[in-house]
Design a protein around this ligand. Sequence first.
Ligand code: HEM
Length: 135
Amino acid sequence: MTHAPEPRPTTPYERLGGQAVLRTIVDRFYDLMDADPAYAELRALHAADLGPMRDSLTGFFTGWAGGPRDWFASGKCVMSLHRPLPITPQTARQWIAAMHRAIDDVVGGRDPAIAAAMLDVLKQMVAGMAGGTRH
Ligand code: HEM
């Protein structure tokens, strides 16, 4: 019996909906950070103009999820970029809380499994940035 070739697995990038959806998550995340006093300490760590961060985080998510890798091709490393920052348990919690809301708002209703998977991996990264394993 012959089998058809296995189809190429769908990347998280495709399943999430590509760069436009990642950009919407990022915009929601920074809008929440900017407007909700629950994230005041996290907001205070960031520059007044969040525009460059919106572009950069969208670029990171794009390559990280399996899409075009331009952000990585520029030689950036997200863990190294955060090493000099004074990240505390409080600001790490605020980052995850705001990102949790943003992901739920944008993809949680349509695809709860990919929303949960994305959040789970981000929680592990944040734990690393907030003083867990440092290389
Ligand atoms: C642990 C909680 C985190 C805190 C407190 C934090 C804080 C910050 C701060 C203060 C900046 C610089 C902003 C500025 O200069 O205006 C930044 C940049 C950035 N962060 Fe985070 N971050 C956290 C977690 C993460 C995670 C988990 C990711 C990725 C999934 C991420 C992705 C980025 C990116 C892509 C940039 C832009 C870097 C650049 O282009 O220079 N951050 N973050």
